[in-house]
Ligand binder design. Structure first.
Ligand SMILES: [Zn+2]
Length: 111
């Protein structure tokens, strides 16, 4: 018999938060050096994002991991230079899109 007190919500692989997930991403519009008008990428499988915040209110690093892996997964965007911003739209009419700007520290870490 299953224990109804067991918390079986998913755990974020990046920050370890449990159960704080968005609806799956419907599309992410990425802005890159050579694509300043933006380029839409659609996940090939349902991909919810962690919406937990760190102690100082910073977003979970899994959002950056998602954006960068989406860019790398497509030939057009993987060759279009560094990204500067992304708009993430979710598969839910009640969830507003997220605007993610690439932090300078993140850009420097990859340089
Ligand atoms: Zn997380």
């Amino acid at each position: 018999m299953a224990d109804s007190n067991v918390d079986d919500r998913p755990i974020c692989a990046q920050c370890g938060a449990r159960g704080s997930q968005t609806p799956p991403v419907a599309v992410v519009l990425v802005f890159l050096e050579q694509m300043p008008e933006g380029y839409p990428l659609i996940p090939s499988a349902p991909y919810p994002l962690c919406e937990a915040e760190g102690r100082r209110g910073e977003p979970c690093e899994s959002i950056m991991v998602f954006i960068e892996s989406a860019i790398r997964a497509h030939v057009e965007t993987s060759r279009a230079g560094e990204w500067s911003a992304a708009v993430i739209c979710f598969g839910s009419a009640t969830r507003l899109p997220w605007l993610v700007k690439r932090p300078l520290a993140h850009a420097l870490a990859r340089a």
